[in-house]
Design a binder for this molecule. Structure first.
Ligand SMILES: Nc1ncnc2c1ncn2[C@@H]1O[C@H](COP(=O)(O)OP(=O)(O)OP(=O)(O)O)[C@@H](O)[C@H]1O
Ligand SMILES: [Mg+2]
Length: 485
């Protein structure tokens, strides 16, 4: 039921009536105030008369009926409403002017009500004397479609391009209650989707239906992936009289599709990386061996400068080796140890490393756990690597110093129970442009970064049946790592 926008005295006491009025299948409802202005109506009323809510709200009831019964209400206010009620104990016939100019004959049952905040208002229950636009089995089928909440349905008039009817899911998509949409032009709600609007108009004009047209509907930051059909309704002498638009929400399907694509891509990167890594490692071993021999010789001959160079070469070679190992980690099926791991002891081992790294960046690091943490089935060394990587990222993000807070706790029950560790930093948060890809390999914003850290972490956690999620705000990022136990 549509209520007038500003908080009026009458409005409060309508709330319950408003709720039920939309559920009455055959009763049109109007409410008028002491000045005989229409202050409420239900959507059946709009549907049967063709008005929009904006056309009639706060307008005199005489806009929609020529009946003399209401003529003195406007001037005499509350007293007139009471008098009106006394005269009208029985329902009386009334002719309503529809938006089209035709008449709709109804019986009208007035009910006088006291507003909770004082004053009177009158409810008019209207029953059409003509068959409502519903009745035959086919029409009932139409009505059922219009109440289905799995698909969105909009009925359109061809000539006015206005919305004749709409179901709950579609009005939810458009972002307005049904009573604010009925009989309004479609254009009003498709301002952000001009291409789709043009397509619908073209379909109406040329009489060609649209099938499974994919679109992303955006309303107030909510993205919904839809498939749209436009079907045509023909009038008996031929020609298109209107159309129905059907939306199917396929958001879940689309994100599944994206996930499949992503894992395909990762698998391919993995294969390439594994091949390349293997080929790089062999010559690397040879080079490293010779450099070691050089180093020994240079030291023996007192060639200090050269000895220093070979030292640097070895360090750099080890860096390459580490990188190559990480490639292999990403791709090759590895032997992981499935042992009982005490996460508290993992944290105890890495805390000194993290704390000293933190010192470099002016970051204070704290670790707390809620009670005794359970043991998990994992690999001690690999868990260390995951936690270290995430801490390192957090510390590196806080270039101006800050706090890295690590918290361990348990969550969920039964099969769902897990050991969770939150790593919260007070850095600038993850860059918007990469937030969806931080777990992909080679995604990095750092001059010396490989972009492999998080993808390796994720791979490891998946191997142990766990997961990593990231949440980012302007006051920092939080990485949540969980493991089943
Ligand atoms: N705590 C964090 N705060 C802000 N951004 C982060 C955070 N953690 C990760 N990122 C972003 O995600 C990117 C990818 O991280 P990842 O660990 O995979 O690679 P990297 O840190 O750039 O390189 P590497 O780990 O090899 O040094 C980072 O470059 C950074 O932009
Ligand atoms: Mg990293």
């Amino acid at each position: 039921m549509y209520e007038i926008p500003q908080a009026s005295a009458e409005q409060l006491s309508f709330q319950q009536i408003g709720k039920y009025s939309e559920q009455l299948p055959n009763t049109m409802i109007l409410a008028i105030n002491e000045r005989a202005e229409i202050i409420q109506c239900n959507s059946l009323f709009l549907k049967e008369t063709g008005y929009t809510a904006a056309d009639i709200l706060l307008r005199s009831i005489q806009v929609i009926t020529d009946s003399e019964r209401f003529s003195n209400t406007e001037t005499e206010g509350s007293a007139a409403l009471e008098q009106f009620q006394q005269l009208s104990v029985e329902p009386f016939p009334l002719a309503l002017n529809k938006a089209s100019g035709d008449l709709l004959r109804v019986t009208c049952m007035p009910i006088l009500n006291k507003a909770e905040t004082g004053g009177n208002y009158m409810l008019l229950l209207l029953h059409s004397l003509e068959p409502l636009s519903g009745g035959s089995l086919v029409q009932q089928f139409g009505e059922t479609m219009l109440s289905d909440d799995h698909i969105g349905v909009i009925l359109l008039d061809r000539h006015t391009r206005s919305i004749i009817d709409i179901n709950p899911l579609a009005s939810q998509l458009l972002g307005f209650p049904k009573t604010s949409i009925m009989n309004e032009i479609l254009m009003k709600f498709f301002a952000n989707a001009p291409n789709e609007y043009a397509l619908i108009c073209q379909s109406l004009d040329e009489g060609i239906p649209v099938r499974n047209y994919p679109l992303t509907w955006i309303f107030e930051d909510r993205h919904t992936e839809l498939l749209m059909d436009v079907g045509l309704l023909h009038s008996p002498p031929g020609g298109v009289a209107g159309a129905y638009i059907i939306f199917k929400d396929v958001t879940n399907l689309r994100s599944l599709e994206k996930q499949v694509l992503r894992s395909d891509r990762l698998a391919m990167i993995g294969q390439v990386a594994a091949g390349a890594a293997h080929e790089i490692r062999n010559p690397l071993t040879a080079i490293r061996g010779f450099v070691q021999i050089f180093r020994k010789t240079t030291i023996e001959r007192g060639m200090n400068k050269e000895a220093e160079y070979t030292e640097i070469m070895l360090v750099e070679l080890d860096r390459i080796n580490e990188l190559v190992n990480e490639f292999l980690m990403l791709s090759k099926p590895r032997k992981t140890m499935n042992e009982w791991v005490n996460v508290e002891s993992v944290m105890r081992e890495i805390m000194p490393i993290i704390a000293s790294e933190g010192l470099l960046y002016g970051v204070t690091v704290s670790w707390t756990s809620e009670g005794q943490l359970p043991f998990v089935t994992a690999d001690h060394e690999m868990l260390k690597q995951v936690y270290l990587n995430i801490c390192k990222n957090g510390i590196e993000a806080m270039t101006q110093g800050g706090e890295l807070t690590i918290k361990g706790y348990t969550a969920g029950e039964g099969k769902e129970r897990s050991l969770v560790i939150d790593f919260t930093d007070t850095g600038p948060g993850i860059l918007e442009s990469i937030i969806d890809r931080i777990f992909d390999p080679f995604v990095t914003t750092k001059a010396n970064g490989t972009g492999l850290g998080l993808s390796v972490c994720q791979r490891i956690m998946h191997d142990f049946g766990g997961s990593i999620r990231a949440v980012s705000t302007e006051i920092g990022s939080c990485f949540t790592v969980d493991l089943p136990y």
